[in-house]
Design a protein around this ligand. Structure first.
Ligand code: PEP
Length: 251
């Protein structure tokens, strides 16, 4: 039985004070909540603050990006070991905004994924097609390329330590959500691919989140689909009540 996982991607938002208020509100409601795995992914600047606040609760800490090397001359970058030092358990990798604005390729996402796993971080590996790709009938081809590329060389254990997030690019921050059927179709495709790459048992154990304009009003239906194991939440994760409602919709 896969435990649902809901992660909040705060992106480039939240000062220290704002983060403290948000996390305190989340803690008051979800601090002892065990039915769903809850993760918050603040920007690097407040990881330390949030790490202290969630210590001893059931809220896990994640980062939004990292470099694949352990250390060295990579100005502006952060390593997996540095994230571990702040008690991060998760790291979002290959988000479409990283692919679109920072040129991240499947190969880069793969390097980062392997580096995260080597440092005992759980990667949340994002995949998803653009609107043009969907309209051109390329969803299967794009998702297959991204999944195989990002996960190349992972052992079954490493795959099971990873989370995949299906995030159609056209649904991110746009208010347009994939219908639960559209999302389920791609989640099932990803699981079938994993079964071909590994086996049915391994594929059946991997958690696949949906992301793209998830809100309290659509979360329950999306999370009710057989292959959707929770969500990666952007905008709605910045508001305590919305995020709490979405987490509770995953029960
Ligand atoms: C995201 O950026 O991962 C995301 C899903 O954003 P939003 O929920 O705002 O669409």
């Amino acid at each position: 039985m896969r435990k649902k996982i809901v992660a909040g991607n705060w992106k480039m938002n939240m000062t220290s004070d704002e983060a403290t208020n948000l996390v305190n509100a989340l803690k008051a409601d979800l601090g002892n909540f065990r039915e769903v795995e809850v993760v918050v992914c603040p920007p690097f600047t407040v990881l330390g603050v949030v790490s202290d606040l969630v210590h001893g609760t059931h809220i896990d800490l994640g980062a939004q990006n990292m470099h694949w090397e352990k250390s060295g001359a990579y100005t502006g970058e952060i390593s997996a070991g540095m994230l571990r030092e702040l008690y991060c358990h998760y790291v979002i990798l290959g988000h479409s905004e990283r692919r679109q604005y920072f040129g991240e390729t499947d190969e880069i996402v793969n390097r980062k994924t392997r580096a995260a796993l080597a440092a005992s971080l759980h990667p949340i590996v994002c995949v998803g097609e653009t609107l043009a790709e969907r309209e051109a009938g390329q969803v299967d081809a794009v998702i297959t390329r991204q999944v195989k590329g990002a996960l190349a060389g992972l052992s079954a254990k490493e795959l099971l330590d990873s989370v995949i997030a299906y995030e159609p690019v056209w649904a991110i921050g746009t208010g347009k959500t994939a219908s639960s059927e559209q999302a389920q179709e791609v989640h099932a495709l990803i699981r079938k691919l994993l079964a071909e790459m590994y086996d049915e048992t391994v594929a059946g154990g991997v958690r696949i989140q949906y992301g793209g304009s998830v809100k309290p009003g659509n979360a329950k239906e999306l999370f009710g689909m057989p292959d959707i194991d929770g969500g990666l939440i952007g905008g709605a994760a910045l508001d305590a009540k919305s995020f709490i409602d979405i987490v509770r919709a995953a029960v």
